[in-house]
Design a protein around this ligand. Sequence first.
Ligand SMILES: Cc1cc2nc3c(=O)[nH]c(=O)nc-3n(C[C@H](O)[C@H](O)[C@H](O)COP(=O)(O)OP(=O)(O)OC[C@H]3O[C@@H](n4cnc5c(N)ncnc54)[C@H](O)[C@@H]3O)c2cc1C
Length: 441
Amino acid sequence: MPDRVAVIGAGPAGLMAAETLALAGYPVDVYDAMPSVARKFLLAGKGGMNITHSEPLPAFIGRYGPRAQQLDPVIRDFDPDALRAWVDGLGVGTFVGTSGRVFPTDMKAAPLLRAWLQRLREAGVRFHMRHRWVGWDEDGALRFVTGGPVAAGRAAAQLSSAASAPASSGLADDSASVQAAATVLALGGASWPRLGSDGAWVPLLSALGTTVAPLKPANCGFDIGWTPFFSDKFAGAPLRAITAQVTDPQGVTHARTGECIVTATGIEGGLIYALSAALRDAIATAGSATLTIDLAPGLSFERVLEEIQWPRGSRSMANHLRSRVRIEGVKAGLLREVLDANGFSDPQRLARTIKALPLTLLAPRPIAEAISTAGGVTFESMDRRGMLKARPGVFCAGEMLDWEAPTGGYLLTACLASGRAVGKGVAAWLDSQAGRSDGGT
Ligand SMILES: Cc1cc2nc3c(=O)[nH]c(=O)nc-3n(C[C@H](O)[C@H](O)[C@H](O)COP(=O)(O)OP(=O)(O)OC[C@H]3O[C@@H](n4cnc5c(N)ncnc54)[C@H](O)[C@@H]3O)c2cc1C
């Protein structure tokens, strides 16, 4: 039996699995299709990386919605405090922002990653970049296509046929075949595929009989279909200090206050990402979703009406709205977008629309643009150690599992915690295997 563990996918989940195993004394090889490790993690660090969140643990775990129960033991075993201590152990401090989000001191991922890679190398972890995993051969060895763009094209062709055709035993020069004692797959979701995770693993695991919930965009923008006038004038404009709400297909209403951005085709940004699961599911069920926006959350309907009915003399309605209820720019543009001229001059309708402006969302933006991915390998397909029931010795971790969460540090926390849990799971499984063979001698 080979003694080395293969970790495929050098994102945060795979690197954490590698660390857990290497520090426990197991020899580890990390493989990744890209020329360098953790590209998405580094990108996350560019915009100010939230590594975790400081809210109380029960609320934190509740952010994983329908998968909170499955992730509860995983997160409790590597909770936000433990995660911060781990970051600290890499020589990088953390701080809690005003939103409760936790950031590395300089808000970047690169210093943390540098220290982490050094720790991994010192623990004996070997890295193999430009190794795209394309399945198993008939001896159960992992098959990789190595090298640059030509090989990557060939890998894509192999991936599309791998689910239906048995692997060929003849390996070309740019292929590698690896027997591993155990394998961790930490291949990510399907968002931002140019950073490495493209979801091409789905047919490989489905062919084993593993259930993979369809990959869907999470923390994503939506298309609305603005009039050309509105789109030309306001694409890129921030909508600040608004409250938005949506009712999901189960009849639960979700409301958030914050800000978002008008895009050429619709809407995106933090406030929308926070509601994106409910919006996406409502569109999937009904064909469209209504997002109801309160443009003046600090004022009651009665107060807005009173202000609008204040005598405006010779002032235009636009100036009147600006001075009485601070509605101008893109907010005024939105009112024009949904109200006809009669509605705009009817104080009752205008006030009602300021407090509950209905936007019809037609479709989520493509998964390639999303911050993260919903769907993936179902928890029911794995045992409690994270091992695939359909393929003993193969474990899964990170965003490729069937859970989703809002932005705010919950994504990285679950990826790191599940990488750690799977690392422990591999060690326990290898020990039990060794115990069985020892017992037989
Ligand atoms: C713009 C942006 C900002 C973000 N900001 C934050 C944030 O502030 N906080 C937060 O919590 N989360 C954030 N996230 C999300 C977070 O980065 C991801 O959830 C996390 O990186 C997922 O980790 P992972 O290890 O599961 O997968 P990934 O990080 O996606 O890593 C998977 C790895 O597997 C490799 N791979 C895939 N297929 C193969 C194959 N067939 N063979 C070999 N290798 C393969 C890929 O090349 C990749 O390196 C952000 C994401 C984006 C896009």
